[in-house]
Write a protein that binds this ligand. Structure first.
Ligand code: FAD
Ligand code: MG
Length: 353
């Protein structure tokens, strides 16, 4: 054997050794946390994930945020070339071509409208605009409380059957009606961000858009994600209950998240479509635990509107969906599938089983 062949063979052996060594080290390497917060959809966005390659982890996070911004650009009610802005501007005038994302969310919105018997209504844009609670402005002076006749008039223009769908074209027949996806599109954006991450091989992490959360898989050590439901009291970060979750969405809607205050009364952003006023009942928050965030986003709003008894009943009749209700007088009610998994953290609250 010539010297040259010997050297080539030795090089190959060395390369194989390095490759095996590299793969072994990679296999036993601990996954590292990669994270990024961004302000998206008018709220605080947070993506955390565990990966053995921080470089590809960062790339995955960037792609997930890109997907979220794509959805925001289609469905925002304040971005003037978004589908929804254009759709509302052209109500009673002409149909508007929309993206597949907008179409997906509109179809889901219509499905939930039927399922919740109108408690969830994406057609109530005129009412939410009147209350001024769907979009936060820099103007710190709260808008005037709408007059009763203004509410009664706006309430006449929330009939979702006025929305015509023709392939990818939408048309609002009623010129005084407008669409507001504030109670559903954030959930869709979370699900799409999760799909993007999964498509890039991410198996552990979470996406949180202002309280609409999906946890991917379990933590790198195989244990479940521990999630808490926060106290509704202003400025408090107290956790009321804890729950362990894997591959699941958890979404909370509450009367303390967005509101205006006038004469010591709080007017929050969850509207009861049957009255046109913020839903007024014993509840302070509803948390939904389910397999998709779009469901959680919409059902948490809908169950809040329905109130404790009807809301709990509604959730019990759904598959893959559980709920935790907190009341103003510090009672906790949970649906049957999750009752035994709740850990009470705040002794001022009472868990009713
Ligand atoms: P949820 O309970 O999930 O929803 C409440 C919201 O849903 C209300 O604000 C109203 O919009 C709507 N709603 C109320 N009652 C009902 C009902 N009965 N049925 C159906 N819908 C109802 N906020 C900003 O301040 N600036 C922004 O630039 C901005 N951009 C956004 C862009 C997009 C695409 C979306 C989806 C939202 C945007 N928001 C923006 C709004 C904001 O970030 C949240 O979506 C909003 O505060 C509601 O989230 P939530 O989970 O707190 O409440
Ligand atoms: Mg929500």
């Amino acid at each position: 054997m010539s010297n040259k062949t010997l050297i080539t063979k030795a090089k190959i052996v060395l390369l194989v050794i390095f490759l095996i060594l590299g793969l072994t080290i990679y296999r036993f390497q601990k996954p590292q946390l990669v994270q990024e917060n961004q302000f998206v959809l008018g709220t605080f966005g947070q993506i955390h994930l565990y990966t053995k390659s921080p470089k590809s982890g960062n790339k995955a996070i960037n792609q997930a945020y890109q997907r979220i911004r794509e959805i925001e650009n289609s469905m925002s009610i304040i971005i003037s070339d978004s589908d929804i802005y254009q759709l509302n501007e052209n109500a009673g005038i002409k149909p508007i071509k929309v993206t597949q994302d907008t179409l997906n969310v509109i179809h889901k919105g219509l499905e939930y409208y039927e399922l919740t018997k109108g408690a969830f209504n994406i057609g109530l844009g005129k009412i939410s605009k009147l209350w001024g609670v769907n979009i936060e402005t820099d103007n710190k002076i709260p808008p005037a409380i709408p007059k009763e006749e203004e509410i009664l008039d706006a309430k006449k223009h929330i009939d979702l059957y006025q929305l015509e769908i023709n392939n990818n074209e939408l048309f609002i027949k009623d010129p005084k009606m407008s669409i507001d996806l504030g109670g559903i599109a954030k959930g869709y954006a979370v699900d799409e961000a999760v799909r993007t991450l999964e498509g890039l091989g991410i198996k552990s992490g979470f996406v949180n858009l202002g309280g609409d959360i999906f946890v991917l898989g379990s933590k790198p050590d195989g244990t479940a994600w521990q999630m808490g439901i926060q106290s509704p009291e202003l400025g408090s970060s107290n956790v009321i209950v804890k729950i362990q979750l894997r591959n699941s969405s958890i979404v909370t809607s509450g009367d303390y998240q967005r509101y205006i205050e006038k004469d010591n009364k709080r007017y929050h952003h969850i509207i009861d479509p049957s009255t046109g006023y913020p839903a007024e009942n014993e509840l302070t928050s509803v948390t939904i635990i389910s397999d998709t965030t779009i469901k959680g986003d919409s059902y948490s709003t809908a169950a809040f509107v329905m109130g404790l008894e009807k809301g709990l009943d509604f959730i019990e009749n759904l598959e893959n969906t559980e709920a935790i209700f907190l009341t103003k007088d510090k009672r906790i009610y949970a649906s049957s599938g999750i009752r035994d998994e709740i850990e009470l953290m705040d002794k001022e609250y009472k868990l009713f089983k």
